[in-house]
Design a binder for this molecule. Sequence first.
Ligand code: NAG
Ligand code: NAG
Ligand code: NAG
Ligand code: NAG
Length: 362
Amino acid sequence: MHFSRGLIASMAVILPTLALPTSSTQSKFQPAADAVPGESSLFVNYAGKKPPIASKWMKAIPATGSGPAGPDDLLFQNLLSAEWIIYSLYQQAVDTFSPSDFTKLGLPNNTYQRIAEIRDNEAGHLRIFQDQISTGSIKPGPCKYDFGLNNSASAFLALQVYIEVSSMAFLTGLSLQAEANISKSALMAIGQVETRHNVWALLDVYNTDPFSGPSDTIYPYANQILDTTNAFIVPGSCPAENPMYPAPRQGLPLINIIGNSTTAQPGSDIKFVFESSDNQPKFENGKDYYAVFYHGLNTVSVSYNPKKNSVKIPKQFDSEVGIIMVSIADEVDAPTEGSVIAGPLIILEQPGMLTLKEPYVY
Ligand SMILES: *[C@@H]1O[C@H](CO)[C@@H](O)[C@H](O)[C@H]1NC(C)=O
Ligand SMILES: *[C@@H]1O[C@H](CO)[C@@H](O)[C@H](O)[C@H]1NC(C)=O
Ligand SMILES: *[C@@H]1O[C@H](CO)[C@@H](O)[C@H](O)[C@H]1NC(C)=O
Ligand SMILES: *[C@@H]1O[C@H](CO)[C@@H](O)[C@H](O)[C@H]1NC(C)=O
């Protein structure tokens, strides 16, 4: 597409008619108990260590109405439980670290401020999802979370990228479950915010290509991605009244790959590890299995022999940007949720898998 100088000039003329913030329209300070996402700077650029939301929102909130559950209540309950994990990761980072923990790593001096802003956005998501659940249903509260970071700022930054791409993928997948049209749009709008968080990290933290090619990756079974985040929940720490997370939950065996044996780029061989000794996939002799790879809008199945346990990442996928997801299924292209028997695993192509350390990054 070509823009003439004249067109650019006329675009510039249009700009002042946009509602740019002025002192009278700028968000006013609202006390945390009443703060509304989209109206309060607490969800935008508040830099304090204290959570930006009032304690009355920081717990499970029982149903108050007797009416029927809203059509998307289950979806938003699952999403709220996931958001507690994401918000808590950032809140722990804001609590634990100081600006110098990041400048010591050679990062820009606004890194801590950006992390606080992302924390604020995630707090806004909590309030948005709480409000999307009807009064006929419980709003799940936070559990205790262990991210295994050992107070390491670089481990936090690696996990941050992983969490953002996970949430981009499960938000895209959740839109397949949404009943109300407005829910679909809300999921898309939130997903775009998570993408901005990821782009910030790729640019300012990892100094790499911020783009992911023409499309981010679609994985059809969002609850399976949500389920993998149960690994961060301290067992038994959730409020007793919380519903199962996610619901429905398959509890599939988690997949990892042996990170030091591969570049994990298209065309390279990978070997899987099923790390939980009490949750191993069950392979039947003589049955066919497939490693089903997802990248962009593409799905590619590769024959998987459990005894050999080595598959090649499809070499037709474009170069090292975005993510590749993989699960193991007993049918080509995993046409149903039930055909998936392990996974999914998210393989980060950026900022480069080998820059990231176990247990999150592969
Ligand atoms: C932060 O970095 C910018 C750009 O390098 C510099 O201009 C600014 O003075 C720094 N601010 C502080 C508070 O160090
Ligand atoms: C945290 O420490 C434990 C125990 O020393 C270690 O196994 C784990 O790999 C560390 N995690 C990170 C992210 O460095
Ligand atoms: C969603 O929008 C489509 C297109 O306007 C409309 O046909 C459909 O009835 C809407 N669905 C709901 C649940 O409102
Ligand atoms: C790769 O990792 C495995 C187990 O994590 C370890 O036994 C092996 O020595 C590592 N190999 C290299 C080349 O680092």
